[in-house]
Design a protein around this ligand. Structure first.
Ligand code: HAM
Length: 450
């Protein structure tokens, strides 16, 4: 039997419904925040990620899926979405569009050759946003607020925003020197990669997976102590906007991010759910003002964020969030002979087009088997088509819950089902009057009646 590749998943059944629901919430949220959908290729020239994400990052040195195509080109399956969006922004001259900034979002698979474990996959799906062309701290705050609002809209309660700033070029240089001075006397205690990182990119020592437990990391210099005045003011502005938006966060000076393109704001959002394990960062992002010109475009300040949909779905399951996933159907149409089957085909088509969720029989089951199948599908109504009723332009429709059966004229079946399904939904409301308030409450409708 051929098995799926390590670190990859088949998403199906209820889990697939949860994914689709999450994606529908994302699409609705993106409309509110006025972002346009962007779809960039799954593979790009390897150089894009080497120059964009960084030569010394784990993602590029250890985790990238590289191959040479039949034309001899060096190709990489994208490990993340930002570099591709920036390439597209430059190539399609989006910077020339008068309506700056360009606000885009994507939702697609990324590939990282990681050691697979819970929440860490080789094929992962990311939803991400990028704002290209704004240096305003308000855009940093917008991206963070958008991420938090997405998690809240989905029903997650236990989330924590960790916020930090890496500062501008000058601040980063000062910080780099401080890290070199700090690690140099002890570098023999670190792995071979970190020895190379010391001179090339000492920031990457801080997120080395091999040396993660070395106590020297804990007491290493912190970025915030090396911010120049301008960077500090900018960071304060981001916090001010977050406060105005009532987005809670914690300053966490150990957040440096594992990708090279960041400066100024960086953040990670954790799910504080029991059972999540160590891969509990739901989403992360930050500002990357130098990336567009580094990839040969005009200087353009940018900020963005991405969240792994797999981790998000896992958090929803662990927090046992109740999601409005449709798991039942409206009507199951049953038949015995070919004439009734033809009518089932016709009626299913009519009712589906009218907006109902309709199923029928496709595997030759007898009536008993069809009733069982209707139960498996949690059918609200069943209908056994029989030639006699059909000749009278009628059908019998049975409410599967109350077991009440009505003989319905086919001319009014849509109205009948509509009415019945709506009244069923009303019955499920929070109180008898249907005022749609959750939990224990004083019923406004009754008050009005009085
Ligand atoms: P990242 O931190 O590498 O950032 O990934 C963002 C999110 O993708 C993570 O927080 C996590 O939820 C998910 N993720 C990453 N790797 C894996 C994995 N192996 N398995 C499952 N989920 C994973 C970026 O990718 C940046 N491009 C974010 C960004 C956008 N920065 C600015 N704009």
């Amino acid at each position: 039997m051929i098995q799926r590749q390590k670190g990859c998943h088949d998403i199906y059944g209820r889990e697939a419904k949860v994914w689709k629901f999450v994606e529908s919430v994302i699409d609705a949220l993106m409309e509110k925040y006025h972002y346009n959908y962007i779809r960039t290729p799954l593979f790009e020239a390897s150089e894009l990620f080497h120059r964009g994400v960084g030569e010394t990052t784990d993602i590029v040195t250890k985790e990238s899926y590289d191959f040479v195509d039949k034309g001899g080109r060096n190709i990489t399956l994208r490990p993340e979405g930002t570099a591709g969006v920036v390439r597209s922004f430059i190539e399609n001259k989006m910077y020339g569009d008068p309506s700056q900034p360009v606000k885009v979002y994507y939702n697609g698979t990324m590939y990282r050759y990681e050691r697979p474990q819970s929440g860490r996959d080789r094929e992962l799906t990311q939803f991400g946003v990028e704002i290209l062309g704004s240096d305003d701290p308000l855009s940093d705050a917008e991206v963070i607020s958008l991420a938090v609002n997405l998690y809240k809209m989905l029903g997650l309660k236990e989330i924590k925003v960790n916020l930090n700033s890496l500062g501008d070029k000058e601040s980063r240089m000062a910080y780099r020197e401080a890290l070199i001075d700090y690690f140099k006397p002890h570098i023999d205690e670190f792995c071979e990669d970190c020895k190379v990182r010391l001179e090339k990119n000492p920031l990457r020592i801080l997120d080395c997976k091999v040396d993660a437990d070395n106590p020297l990391l804990k007491n290493a210099p912190k970025t915030l102590d090396y911010l120049n005045e301008e960077s500090r003011d900018r960071f304060e502005k981001v916090q001010e906007y977050l406060d105005i938006m009532q987005i809670s966060y914690e300053i966490n000076p150990s957040i440096v991010r594992g990708l090279d393109y960041y400066n100024h704001t960086v953040f990670e959002i954790e799910a504080k759910v029991e059972g999540f394990g160590s891969n509990n960062v739901l989403g992360a992002g930050g500002r990357y003002n130098g990336l567009v010109d580094q990839l040969d475009g005009p200087e353009t300040p940018c900020v963005g964020f991405a969240t792994g949909i797999g981790r998000l779905v896992m958090a929803l399951e662990l927090e046992q969030v109740k999601l409005p996933i449709v798991e039942d159907i409206d009507l199951f149409l049953m038949y015995v002979n070919e004439e009734e089957k033809k009518y089932a085909a016709y009626l299913a088509q009519e009712l589906r087009m009218a907006g109902f969720i309709v199923e029928t029989e496709y595997t030759g089951r007898g009536l008993k088997g069809q009733f069982k199948q209707a139960d498996r599908y949690h059918a609200k109504f069943t209908c056994v088509l029989n030639s006699e009723d059909l000749n009278n332009n009628e059908v019998k429709i049975k409410n599967n819950k109350t077991k009440q059966e009505d003989l319905i004229n086919l001319d009014v079946i849509i109205y009948y089902l509509d009415e019945m399904i709506h009244s069923m939904e009303d019955d499920e409301d929070c109180c008898e009057c249907g005022c749609h308030q959750e939990g224990e409450h004083e019923c406004h409708c009754k008050k009005e009646e009085e």
